[in-house]
Design a protein. Structure first.
Length: 205
């Protein structure tokens, strides 16, 4: 087998010993494969989504339909990565109405002529149904898999990576940190030049 530095020296960037099924909020960053600017462009500090970016948006916003414990918070799609806050709630609370959380992460900086222009995720019999005990890794894995599949169907590049193999997470410990991260996500398009170099910097939180 050919030596592959990334494959043979891949390290987990999850917090060792932490249960990622635990109730709490998590700041997530996922980058595109080789940091390709795939999802649109930044114009005057505002993100302009292309058709691939709209596919990613739809898959993210639909995550609570498949994960009853999941609630969405702030979210932004950038040309070559996404930032979002995901919250896992207690099993006893999964009967609550999630309608207030779905779409709550749509930041004001997404400039779209019509909200209905977002495509619906392609139906697939393999998409996970309600599994209330799935943890963060399983949720992200499913999101990446099915959003990438749909993007590749549209661009006729089946099997080509859309996302980097791993993702970054930051466990949000308190309300102060949560508010800072929300502000960072909301203003991210204005920080595009800096963010290209450092797409995620948990040390500031």
């Amino acid at each position: 087998m050919k030596y592959d530095r990334e494959k043979h020296h891949r390290r987990s960037i999850r917090l060792k010993g932490y249960d990622y099924k635990s109730v709490g909020s998590y700041f997530i960053t996922i980058c595109t494969f080789q940091r390709e600017c795939l999802f649109g462009t930044i114009s005057d500090g505002e993100m302009q989504l292309n058709q691939y970016g709209k596919i990613v948006h739809s898959h993210w916003q639909n995550l609570p339909k498949y994960h009853p414990r999941l609630e969405l918070d702030e979210f932004v799609i950038m040309p070559n990565h996404i930032h979002g806050i995901l919250s896992l709630i207690d099993n006893n609370d999964i009967s609550r109405d999630h309608s207030n959380s779905v779409g709550a992460g749509l930041a004001d900086n997404l400039v779209l002529e019509n909200q209905n222009s977002f495509p619906k995720p392609a139906p697939t019999k393999n998409f996970p149904t309600e599994k209330s005990n799935q943890g963060l890794s399983e949720i992200i894995r499913g999101f990446k898999t099915f959003s990438a599949r749909r993007v590749n169907q549209i661009r006729h590049t089946l099997g080509i990576p859309v996302w980097q193999r791993n993702y970054y997470d930051h466990i949000i410990r308190d309300e102060t940190s949560l508010q800072k991260i929300r502000q960072y996500i909301q203003t991210n398009p204005n920080l595009w030049q800096v963010d290209q170099l450092h797409p995620n910097n948990p040390s500031k939180w």
